[in-house]
Design a protein around this ligand. Sequence first.
Ligand code: SER
Length: 590
Amino acid sequence: MNAKELRNAYVNFFKERGHAYIQSSSLIPENDPTVLFTTAGMHPLVPYLLGEKHPAGKRLVNYQKCLRTGDIDEVGDATHLTFFEMLGNWSLGDYFKEGSIQMSYDLLTEVLKIDINSLAVTAFEGNENAPKDMETYHIWKNLGFRDDQIFFYGMKDNWWGPAGQTGPCGPDTEIFYDNGQPKCSAGCGPSCRCGKYVEIWNNVFMEYNKNADGSYVPLSQKNVDTGMGLERVLAMMNGVGSPYDTELFIPVIEEIERLSGKRYADHLKEFRIIADHVRAATFILGDDMGVAPSKMDQGYVLRRLIRRSSRYMRKIGIEGCRMVSVSKIIVDNYSDVYPELERNKEFIFTNITAEEEKFNKTLDRGLRIADRMFEELGNEKVLSGELAFRLYDTFGFPIELTEELANERDVSVDIKGFEVRFKEHQDISRAGAEQKFKGGLADCSDETTKLHTATHLLNAALRQVLGTNIMQKGSNITPERLRFDFNFDRKMTPEEIRQVSDTVNDAIKAGIDIVCEEIPYEEAKRCGAIGAFDGKYEDIVKVYTIGDVSKELCGGPHVGNTNELIGFKIQKEESSAAGVRRIKAVVGQF
Ligand code: SER
């Protein structure tokens, strides 16, 4: 089975069981300040998991572009990937444990023809908040699973969510592929990392709501949220040990072999890091909401990916700026499924090369600084962890580069000290990421809802003042402010800013009701609704109309009347990227 067949088999299986297919959302979340990237198929669905009505119905299926940065340093082994595709199906208050597990079982055994003896499953062992999930246990048992194939674990392994501090969450049942190798110890099971068990599917039963006081209350709308890793399943289906040995990576690996003149088998780690990172970078740049490398947020992750792969390319003997020829293979390989890569390929290739060139310069400067550090050591034969970390932090030097340089000079590196600093840094960035996560993924608060409506008014006002070629390029809302990016190639004049602001305030003062309709996609297009959502849903879409001011395709939520916003103020108008301007604005009494 190839990737295309697997995506189709999954989608068709669930379509036949009443699920509506929805397209993959952007890799860069819209209107969501809480995460840098879409990390699961459920992210774009959060409002619907919280009770908003989804225009396509209560049963949904898709494959979603996802990116996870938490384990970037583990990439290079057989299973970790930065970018991956998640196959997912959802029940929004429809079927629950029984239906979900039965369908997963049928898909795995009947469509993918996996021997049940090669599977193991897990369930929640229970704690003070929720009981042991015996229902899940019995369902698997009735399907023929033996007791030694069913494992119970606690919160860490078998509980998912809430996405924010509060919100829907619940126990999950995870499905693992058991590759048949002997257990590494008596306690070896799916939670063990020895490689025997590979997680392939996670079915989350969102039956609780976590409240701000920490209590868990049963939800009236019980949802199912599942996610299956496409690359891992593909590897399993093809009897190979790793996604890198599947058709998704083989041409990429071959190109790296061609460029380097080295063999993959001799340099597994380096090849995998290059292939993984260039693929992730290509998808970040190639997204319709794509960003360029920068010092911040998504741009910073992208920069690291490009620099790390550039470094590994040098390491296996690829000189100069050759990353684009790897990226080209990825664009060719994926364009039929993700046509945005083809559309945005100029942007992808230009930015990759520019970043590679920039890194080559940093690398040279970093090498000079490193030289000086070594000289200043004098007779001391150890480079401190602090200095090694500085090389990492400032010049993006991976620790092994610093070690190589040190070895050449008969100096050792205080790796432990480096790791302490590195971990502190990671903890800071993880804490940062968690804060972001807490900020409001599950936050459909009054404030963010108002700012969301203000974003529609702003979009309409910009089109009125600057011209109808203005398009939304990105949006990010926190409870404090909105941030809106749009295509425009110069600074706005104070007069234009005033006009836009007045236009929005006029609409607020006019007290216009906001009307939500669910209409066929084509009809929405015909009646002139705007939206960056082109071709997102196959069938019925939601359109929010604000009088004759604005009509936009959107998932919501919005306020009922514009006067709830009270007032609108633009705080900043600045450049965001080449040809893209950014406005930050607030609502309330001014
Ligand atoms: N949200 C769950 C996960 O990410 C299932 O899709 O694993």
